[in-house]
Design a protein around this ligand. Structure first.
Ligand code: AMP
Length: 516
């Protein structure tokens, strides 16, 4: 027997086995907050959403975009949209009008769901249906359906696209990563297994839901009936307060989240207060290798378990996982942290190797179906059954992968990708810019931050602040340079190509790896 694997399976089980448990605990104090909803209510609302979309004439396979920070409505949409045969397009809410419009147009989304806080800024972004998630305009979309109401049947197909997640890469415009139901299902099952998710967990949504569908963890925890606490923004002390209040056991995030909770933990300890979660919480981190000192502090100061994973949106994302092995129990915390600072060993069903140039290649059922309507870009990364990650690294004798550099021209700041090419394109629109190179440099707070190296056109004058402001008026702020250095010339190859590695080198002097 072969039963199609679809993301609807996760909610079906959660609601069947744990109907009365809290499923989503929405952010309090926001417009239209849903408060606490049970798994029974989550199932009814997801079904209600599918019925409402059908009434609006949105057919199976059509794209439904959502621009929102973490919210219960986002959690419902994973199932109300994808679970009933439509395609969810989660969009980074920090993007500007231009950037969101591009994604709406490129994905051909017929529905755009917008968080009230982004409504005014995105007033000019249009779609056939544009609905503000304020509890009023979207009341019908998120209402509970009666038990006997069913949307028109969808001929479930595990190879159908469940979501298109736009990701900044080596091109100026983001690319739409098509994740199939099968990709999402197997990623979630494997991630849930490796992270040992059980029905005794309580999950805190610190990772943005738009980022690779919250890396797929929302699916895994839903299947186990795990209560999910929604956090709209990262404030270390507030996260600690919720971890305490709700008895949180599991959270995921970029290294910046680790830094925020460590700072808040230090402040609490200095004030003689307790840090919650000792011997209970596990935190899963990806996006960049966190400093091993931070990993050590997670264990010694917070008493939490640190788990690292590595992957890309294109791989759903789980490729490798690094979790404390029994064999490491006798080591000092510092030695264990050094081992844990590596990306990890392949997850079950994943093969990882490096090629002659040190590029990391992977092969797995989590690897995506291809970029939405960009076959040439897809063919470039999917070669002979191996996915080319654009990351560089090596594999240690114990089969743990270490990511040491990036071949691709991508900067990862605070866990989000920034395409250097996109920022360079923007700088070139300034009349005083003759040449520009955008690189990632190490940064205490964000891991990496965006730096622009600029050659000024003869006879023109421009200041660092002018260029930063110019970018901020055109690009999402997290993509903008935080510093600009003026140069007489930029290092190039004989064929005129920028030598980014040479330009980056002085800033990474003394670092073991060139990713942070
Ligand atoms: P994204 O597709 O936005 O999730 O970004 C994926 C990229 O993040 C990868 O190609 C890596 O460059 C980087 N990345 C993710 N996890 C790790 C990790 N554990 N260590 C180093 N780099 C990572």
């Amino acid at each position: 027997m072969k039963v199609p694997l679809t993301v609807a399976d996760f909610l079906r089980r959660g609601a069947l086995v744990y109907p009365d448990r809290p499923a989503l605990i929405d952010e309090p104090g926001t417009a239209g907050t849903l408060g606490t909803i049970t798994y029974r209510s989550l199932e009814r609302r997801a079904r209600g959403m599918a019925i409402a979309l059908e009434r609006m004439g949105v057919g199976h396979g059509e794209r439904v975009a959502i621009v929102s920070p973490n919210a219960a409505r986002f959690g419902i949409s994973f199932y109300g949209v994808s679970g009933y045969g439509r395609i969810l397009v989660p969009i980074n809410y920090r993007l500007n009008t231009d950037e969101v419009s591009y994604i709406i147009e490129h994905s051909g989304a017929s529905v755009l769901l917008v968080d009230p806080e982004s409504d005014a800024a995105l007033a000019n972004v249009r779609a056939r249906h544009r609905i503000v998630l304020d509890g009023v305009a979207d009341a019908e979309l998120f209402a509970e359906a009666p038990d006997d109401a069913e949307p028109a049947g969808w001929d479930a197909d595990e190879d159908a696209t469940a979501s298109i997640n736009y990701t900044s890469g080596t091109t100026a415009r983001p690319k739409g990563v098509q994740l199939t139901h099968r990709n999402c299902w197997l990623n979630a099952a494997s991630f849930g297994w490796h992270a040992a998710v059980t029905d005794r967990d309580v999950y805190l949504h610190t990772l943005p839901m738009f980022h690779c569908n919250g890396w797929g963890m929302p699916y895994a925890v839903t299947a186990m009936g795990v209560p999910q606490v929604v956090a709209r923004k990262i404030d270390g002390e507030e996260l600690l307060r919720r971890i305490d209040e709700h008895g949180v056991t599991l959270l995921c995030g970029a290294p910046a989240v680790v830094a925020a909770v460590l700072d808040a933990g230090s402040a609490r300890r200095a004030a003689g207060q307790e840090v919650p979660g000792r011997d209970r919480v596990r935190i899963v981190v990806a996006g960049a290798p966190p400093p091993s000192k931070a990993i050590e502090r997670v264990e010694t100061e917070l008493g939490w378990e640190f788990i690292q994973i590595y992957g890309l949106t294109e791989t759903s994302p789980l490729l490798t996982i690094n979790r404390r092995q029994a064999e490491w129990d006798g080591l000092t915390a510092a030695d264990r942290a050094r081992l844990l600072s590596r990306a990890g060993a392949p997850a079950v069903g994943v093969q990882v190797r490096t090629d002659a140039d040190g590029e990391v290649l992977a092969r797995s059922n989590h690897v995506f179906a291809g970029y939405w309507q960009q076959p040439e870009d897809s063919a470039r990364v999917l070669v002979d059954g191996w996915f080319h990650t654009g990351d560089e690294g090596h594999i240690d004798p114990d089969e743990h992968l270490v990511i040491s550099d990036r071949k691709k021209d991508v900067i990862i700041s605070g866990g989000e990708n920034v395409s250097s090419v996109e920022v360079e394109d923007c700088l070139y629109q300034h009349p005083a810019v003759a040449e520009a190179a955008v690189i990632g440099v190490p940064d205490e707070r964000w891991g990496e931050t965006v730096k622009a190296l600029v050659v000024v056109r003869e006879g023109q004058q421009v200041t660092e602040q002018d260029l930063i402001e110019f970018c901020r008026s055109r690009l999402a702020h997290f993509k903008c340079p935080t510093s600009v250095e003026f140069r007489d010339a930029l290092a190039r190859t004989a064929t005129g190509k920028l030598q980014k590695f040479k330009l980056r080198a002085p800033y990474w002097d003394g670092y073991q790896r060139r990713v942070n």
